[in-house]
Design a protein. Structure first.
Length: 187
């Protein structure tokens, strides 16, 4: 009887979560706590959006023509590293003058540098190479992997050979190439 009760509770929770995460209409999305594109976004919303692409294993492409929908189905994002961050942060791809996901070198326009010790989930590790844009990359921080904050769990859209992945990186390794940033609209 207890096992049956746990199963029913689990099923009810799963249905409730699916109703919150995948609203059918934009008004329902706002009511469910889904972000307003280009507006303020919670760290939890960022992670829900990022984990959806990771779960779906969205294939990598720098082609805007292969853009993929976000979890709410309201916007499409280029499935490369900066498109993934644009999607996670719910950047409005329909914004006049933009019409697409941000590129890696545009991310500092909507974010602010933070100290390594101040990093939190939803922040990014950004590698900029103004002389060679093809070498640039960005990663999303999911959480610290240890209490000492020497290792971080990151999620990234990392290229044609590895695609969407989650892995642990050491701060000492990342500091050589990456700088931490925080989206200005995250709370």
């Amino acid at each position: 009887m207890a096992a049956l009760l746990r199963m029913v509770r689990g099923s009810v929770a799963a249905v409730a979560i699916s109703l919150v995460l995948v609203p059918a209409h934009p008004a329902a999305a706002r009511a469910s706590g889904a972000p307003v594109y280009g507006g303020p976004i919670s760290r939890t919303q960022v992670m829900i959006r990022a984990l959806d692409w990771l779960r779906r294993d969205i294939p990598y492409s720098q082609d805007n023509g292969k853009a993929r929908k976000d979890i709410n189905g309201g916007r499409r994002y280029r499935p490369d590293c900066s498109g993934f961050i644009s999607m996670a942060w719910a950047i409005d791809t329909r914004q006049p003058g933009l019409g697409r996901a941000l590129t890696t070198w545009e991310l500092p326009r909507v974010s602010t540098r933070v100290r390594w010790t101040a990093m939190r989930r939803g922040d990014i590790l950004l590698h900029l190479v103004p002389g060679n844009r093809a070498e640039e990359h960005v990663r999303l921080m999911q959480t610290w992997a240890d209490a000492a904050h020497t290792r971080a769990v990151i999620i990234e859209q990392s290229g044609r050979t590895t695609g969407m992945r989650r892995r642990v990186v050491t701060v000492s390794e990342a500091r050589g190439r990456y700088l931490p940033y925080r989206y200005r609209r995250i709370y």
